[in-house]
Design a protein around this ligand. Structure first.
Ligand SMILES: NC(=O)c1ccc[n+]([C@@H]2O[C@H](COP(=O)([O-])OP(=O)(O)OC[C@H]3O[C@@H](n4cnc5c(N)ncnc54)[C@H](O)[C@@H]3O)[C@@H](O)[C@H]2O)c1
Length: 258
């Protein structure tokens, strides 16, 4: 699949990430169809995209978009509860959560969804997973389109944070990698290239580095060396981090951005 042929992007999951990715795409002129399990979930996602803390209405009020750009973006936003409605999309971005497992993400569930969507979606379409941890090679194995399968890992809030990690496997084709590069550039993202290691579920660049920093920060607090507030203060003022490594209060990457 080449970028000039991408007319519509399917997004699985209307949660924190799926909604943010959809908002980013429509603002850059790409039609999306977002699929989640119920109309209530889809309605909540639409409300966040329009009126949330980082929503489109705020952008309009602050003069970041004109009324015309706002109207165009809203016209490109579609929701469904029926996976079959995604059959003609040119690119599928998977951003589903952990389902009944209660975890943030669930590998068996992702494998099941990818196998189902592989049957439904046209053969030429590319598939991308927004997983934070699972090996992309392992997820691709659920499909018959390993050359067109890649990782596309966003950061929250997805429509604000610039970074996307593009994770390629041994099988990902050059064309699929280039598609991700072109999508990132068209959608105003900064991308980095990451090689997938099959059989490892340890995440990519950002979460591994941040995980190490958080573990060390927690050890400092646990050992009674400093308070969580002072650990954050040290990193913000000593190293110019925009925020400390320890979550203390307020909205965060996993709580949503209403
Ligand atoms: N939150 C973050 O900071 C963050 C950052 C990067 C990547 N991710 C990854 O993105 C994915 C989604 O995370 P999130 O934070 O958006 O989770 P979330 O819980 O906010 O949203 C997940 C959505 O998936 C939906 N879902 C479950 N099963 C589905 C199915 N069969 N079909 C369609 N939708 C289904 C749920 O109903 C829910 O609305 C996870 O893999 C997560 O690891 C999260």
């Amino acid at each position: 699949m080449k970028f000039e042929n991408v007319k519509c992007v399917g997004i699985m999951g209307a949660g924190v990430m799926g909604g943010g990715i959809a908002q980013n795409a429509i603002l850059c002129g790409t039609k999306v169809i977002v699929r989640d399990l119920t109309d209530e979930i889809n309605d909540k996602a639409k409300e966040t995209i329009l009126n949330g803390r980082f929503g489109l209405k705020g952008g309009l009020e602050r003069g970041k978009q004109t009324q015309e750009e706002y109207d165009k973006a809203v016209s490109l936003l579609n929701f469904t509860t029926d996976s079959e409605d995604l059959k003609d999309v040119d690119l599928l971005i998977e951003a589903i959560g952990g389902g009944d497992s209660g975890r943030l993400e669930d590998k068996p569930l992702k494998l099941k969804i990818f196998a189902e969507m592989d049957e439904i979606i046209k053969k030429e379409a590319a598939f991308a997973s927004n997983t934070s941890t699972f090996s992309i090679t392992d997820l691709a194995a659920a499909t018959k389109r390993k050359e067109q399968f890649i990782g596309m890992h966003w950061f929250s809030p997805a429509n604000i944070m610039k970074l996307v990690e593009i994770i390629h496997t041994e099988d990902s084709s050059e064309e699929t990698f280039q598609l991700m590069v072109d999508v990132c550039e068209a959608w105003g993202k900064i991308w980095v290239k990451v090689k997938d290691i099959p059989g490892t579920d340890s995440g990519f660049i950002g979460n591994r580095v941040m995980g190490a920093a958080r573990r060390e920060a927690m050890a400092i607090v646990k050992d009674g060396i400093a308070s969580p507030e002072d650990v954050n203060k040290a990193m913000i003022n000593g190293f110019r981090w925009p925020a400390g490594p320890l979550f203390i209060s307020g909205p965060g990457a996993r709580s949503g951005w209403q």
